[in-house]
Design a protein around this ligand. Structure first.
Ligand SMILES: NC(=O)C1=CN([C@@H]2O[C@H](COP(=O)(O)OP(=O)(O)OC[C@H]3O[C@@H](n4cnc5c(N)ncnc54)[C@H](O)[C@@H]3O)[C@@H](O)[C@H]2O)[C@H](O)CC1
Ligand SMILES: [K+]
Length: 245
């Protein structure tokens, strides 16, 4: 059997289902914690604070969280960024009522004094190139189906205007991209960093390597499980949660 380097949206959903099924028994919370933690680590690797001035250190990281689990990864990521010494602000326009768990993630952000903006707040005030280190795009992941609906269509259109001046870090899938086909509809972001979770999705083959740094994160599967789905595990070093591809 040939070894795939990417897995389709369908397979990614099957992998998730099996990981959280009765045989393996991970909970969504566990996987999301590791996913969000790895995205925060990728931000640290890409935008280190060491040697930076206080002004630089005070810059915002603007995390935009969508309505599903990709958004949940963003909420977790923001908490870890705060712990790592960054200054995250979360914009969470359409809050998930799927489970109580999402409310708990927001409570945890309140506990760490990370601002969480609602849909009616003036979120663009927080997005000034001179005051913003990067944007974490946790809007949509592998379950996005175009065309994009509001309020996200308008939000992503604004991000597209800013992305040449503020780097975007996309979680798992660049928002607006078809998971399997890539950027086939608008609006869609052009990230400076992509953090693929578990294994890259086919859309990642459409990134321009000169523009986009690609990491894999979400280090939670053993080799035989990866091989069963036709891919290899990645050569993470030591305790790293991410690997630059
Ligand atoms: N094993 C892992 O790698 C893990 C990955 N995780 C993350 O989970 C997402 C996938 O999460 P899911 O909830 O299935 O989907 P999304 O977040 O992508 O989006 C669903 C959400 O979006 C709405 N929606 C879909 N299409 C549209 C549209 N055209 N316009 C507006 N809204 C749309 C839909 O209604 C839902 O509300 C994966 O990518 C990872 O980031 C987990 O953390 C677990 C571990
Ligand atoms: K995303």
């Amino acid at each position: 059997m040939s070894t795939l380097k990417v897995v389709s949206s369908k397979l990614a959903a099957e992998i998730d289902k099996e990981l959280m099924g009765p045989q393996i028994g991970f909970t969504l919370q566990q996987l999301m914690e590791l996913a969000g933690f790895s995205v925060a680590q990728a931000v640290c690797r890409q935008f280190p604070l060491k040697g930076k001035t206080e002004t630089e250190k005070g810059k915002h990281i603007f995390v935009i969280a969508g309505p599903g689990n990709n958004g949940g990864d963003g909420l977790v990521c923001a908490r870890h960024l705060k712990i790592f010494g960054y200054n995250p602000v979360v914009y969470y326009p359409k809050r998930s009522d799927r489970t109580e768990f999402y409310k708990q993630l927001v409570h945890q952000l309140n506990f760490f004094k990370v601002p969480v903006l609602s849909q009616d707040e003036n979120w663009l005030d927080y997005l000034k190139p001179e005051k913003t280190l990067c944007i974490v795009d946790a809007i949509f992941g592998f379950s996005f189906k175009p065309p994009m609906r509001e309020p996200f269509k308008g939000i992503v259109e604004e991000l597209c205007k800013l992305q040449d001046r503020i780097p975007i870090v996309s979680v798992d899938v660049p928002t607006g991209w078809d998971v399997d086909e890539g950027p086939i509809s608008q609006p869609s972001v052009n990230p400076a960093v992509l953090v693929s979770l578990t294994v890259p999705k086919p859309c990642s083959t459409h990134i321009d390597e000169k523009h986009t740094t690609h990491y894999v994160g979400g280090r939670f599967i053993p080799r035989d499980f990866a091989n069963k789905y036709g891919f290899e595990t990645f050569g993470y070093e030591s305790t790293d949660q991410i690997l630059k591809l």
